[in-house]
Write a protein of this length. Structure first.
Length: 106
């Protein structure tokens, strides 16, 4: 298992929730992604201040019938895939909102 990391939604992406699923448009190439219920829960919880491990323990394991270790491995892979597409940011330290808006186009 990897060291704990924090994830934050990239404020430069467009996202809307429809019928419990999140629709996200990548700012890099305008690709549209649809997240299922678990992906939506992770996305909505990704505020940069709560670790992914805490999100899994507090939200995923309590709302869905999944084992913590398996859920954490899946969540890590999911977060890394989103980060590769610029949809979320990952850090080993908390990510304050002020750090997210630095460097965004005016």
């Amino acid at each position: 298992m990897k060291a704990t990391f924090y994830i934050a939604r990239n404020p430069a992406v467009a996202a809307r929730k429809f019928d419990g699923e999140m629709m996200i448009m990548s700012c890099r190439d305008s690709t549209l992604f649809t997240l299922d219920e678990i992906g939506t829960t992770i996305w909505e919880s990704a505020n940069g201040l709560v670790s992914l491990a805490e999100i899994v323990a507090s939200n995923i394991c309590t709302d869905f019938d999944v084992q913590y270790e398996r859920a954490l491995l899946d969540a890590e892979a999911f977060a890394e895939a989103l980060a590769e597409r610029g949809i979320v940011l990952i850090s080993s330290d908390p990510i304050p909102y002020s750090d997210l808006i630095v460097g965004l186009p005016a």
